[in-house]
Design a protein. Structure first.
Length: 311
């Protein structure tokens, strides 16, 4: 992939630039095609492991000038082949054209041509799709971050965040994600138990292939937390080599939990909610030392002022 041209430092990448870049990658290494009116597929042929990801064009573009779909680093770092399905809007990947696309891949024995297939999706929509479409490749590994089980009102009556998607059909093919994991070799569902709606969805993922992994205090956007500093890449590596487990997850994310500003700010908020000043001060002190973020310094000053006022 070294022959892929990147925008120069400081260049502003337009949507047209990004699409042209994806088209260049696809033409040189596989394909970049439309799948119906609202989805695109990027395929890069590389090694004997295939990473299948689900992403949103809007999210990718928001990442800046050199934006690439989630998990693309595996092409260069792992020499894995790569297939990314990208939604243009909140489609929830509920599209007959997408069903036909996967039907064609199955008929052509596409997935059988790889030694291993891994599905990845982050967030309710993309996580749902990764779990649901993994049934197309029996024996696949799945890594899903905060996936939705379904938006069908009977299956998820508690889910009120995605009202516009209620009219989509989640009762037909690839509709109920937990059931689609029965054919997987292993499926790891990551979620924050403090995010009650995400936890309610995660509770529906059960059965022999499924391992639910709690990431307490991570928040709703696990991808934003895990993607920087190659943390997500290490999780994919552990998933691919069969070493993924709650313990391995804890080991991989240990440094993140000690140094990530967003995670430590949420930890500080939880400490403050418990009352008292000792624990919040300790967390703020550590946060300042680990990150240099002025937010922690301000919180320490506030705590010290409160202590002085009550002395």
């Amino acid at each position: 992939m070294n022959d892929m041209q990147m925008p120069m430092q400081g260049e502003r990448q337009t949507r047209a630039d990004w699409l042209a870049r994806m088209d260049q990658i696809g033409n040189m290494h596989g394909f970049f095609d439309r799948v119906g009116a609202h989805h695109r597929a990027l395929y890069v042929q590389e090694g004997d492991t295939l990473l299948v990801t689900f992403d949103e064009v809007g999210r990718i573009m928001s990442e800046g000038r050199d934006a690439l779909p989630v998990g693309f680093d595996a092409v260069s770092k792992r020499e894995w082949s790569y297939l990314s399905l990208m939604a243009e809007g909140d489609t929830w990947f509920r599209d007959e054209a997408l069903y036909r696309f996967f039907d064609r891949l199955i008929d052509e024995d596409f997935f059988d041509s790889f030694d291993q297939v891994i599905f990845l999706g982050a967030g309710p929509m993309c996580g749902h799709a990764a779990c649901a479409y993994s049934v197309a490749a029996p024996g696949a590994m799945v890594l899903a971050l905060s996936p939705a089980a379904s938006l069908n009102r009977d299956a998820a009556p508690f889910e009120l965040r995605f009202r516009k998607a209620w009219r989509k059909d989640f009762t037909s093919r690839y509709g109920y994600a937990p059931a689609m994991l029965e054919a997987a070799e292993q499926a790891f569902v990551l979620y924050d138990p403090l995010e009650l709606l995400d936890a309610a969805h995660a509770a529906q993922f059960r059965g022999k292939p499924v391992t639910r992994i709690r990431f307490r205090g991570a928040g709703r956007n696990l991808l934003k937390l895990l993607e920087p500093n190659s943390t997500l890449d290490r999780l994919l590596k552990a998933t691919g080599n069969g070493r993924m487990s709650p313990l391995r997850f804890s080991q991989i994310t240990r440094a993140l939990r000690k140094t990530n500003p967003d995670y430590l700010k949420r930890l500080l908020n939880r400490a403050a909610e418990r009352g008292g000043t000792k624990l919040p001060y300790i967390v703020a002190q550590h946060g300042l030392a680990a990150t240099g973020d002025a937010h922690f310094a301000r919180q320490m000053m506030t705590i010290e002022a409160d202590r002085a006022a009550t002395a």
